[in-house]
Design a protein around this ligand. Sequence first.
Ligand code: GLU
Length: 400
Amino acid sequence: MSFLSATLSRVKPSPTIAVTNKARELKAAGRDVIGLGAGEPDFDTPAHIKAAAKAAIDAGKTKYTAVDGIPELKEAICAKFARDNGLTYVPEQVSVGTGGKQILYNALMATLNPGDEVIIPAPYWVSYPDMVRLAGGEPVAIEASLETAFKITPEQLEAAITPKTKWLIFNSPSNPTGAGYSWDELKGLTDVLMRHPQVWVMTDDMYEHLAYDGFQFCTPAQVEPGLYDRTLTCNGVSKAYAMTGWRIGYAAGPVELIAAMRKVQSQSTSNPCSVSQWAAVEALNGSHDFIASNNEAFKRRRDLVVSMLSEIDGITCPVPDGAFYVYPSVAGLIGKTTPNGVVIRDDEVFATALLEDEGVAVVFGAAFGLSPNFRVSYATSDAALKEACTRIQRFCAALS
Ligand code: GLU
């Protein structure tokens, strides 16, 4: 019998992190690699946020804090929810953790019993199903295809709900597709949930501020106030504020759930980094002007990638509403062969061969639960994206 836990045997390491590490290793070994794997903005953290962190260090704010966040940050989070989402929360309803990941993980650990089902629209962010498994639950994927712009329908949601369903994990704009649900589309889903009082909603709003072409972000408890008492609204500073390494995620929801999440965190990591919390206070309360200019760059890059990939025979590349990902289909390339004799059987072989032959790192679609696709993160420079897309074009043209 293995020394390792049976639970862990149901879980795989994070593929997004694996691809990012592989690209980093190849670069360190001298290979010319363009990494489009990690979902991480190339922009620096804005200066006023860094200054707040330095001031916190100088003021000695370097000790343990309250387990799930300093009062100042909880206040800033309540103000953010009121300002951006029309949602009223008090600090007792707020939890701050080490990145969005810890928040989601705490919530699942705090609520799942063996056999509990969690509905996850696919394609999904790689970590949702494995976090559910780690917490002892059963992920139930609903497939959203290219034909429905990667969004699930109310009928699909209705059909997936069982008496064992505990959560729906909702994510818009989506990682990995960038698809965003309009108010009416989301209302269609929340109407279904109103008929099933046992199902709670965990909404991952991490890409809220990264929206293009006038896409209007909305979140479940805002669209259907009747769900407020069974919604955990999750967000974080990583993506919009270019603060991935600071590791600050947060959520607001019912007091009992927040207290249970605090219990999990008190027995694992305790508080998120004190200095990062002060930086996050400044991020949320300070100027947001930089977001518009960052978004201009993201939109330009999105358009560049979509247009260059769309020129390729065999690739279909939908235009996303938000986030900084595109999720093209490679259905038209399956069965073709590379000049080295590798048969592109599936999207994992496609991504591996692309890295080997052209030094472009992308994440294969199977990791996100919908194949045959791959995810490109376009949160990198225009020049790198242009070169990467040129290489992808060359790679595909060489297939026979
Ligand atoms: N969320 C980002 C991504 O999807 C960061 C890596 C991770 O935590 O998965 O690439």
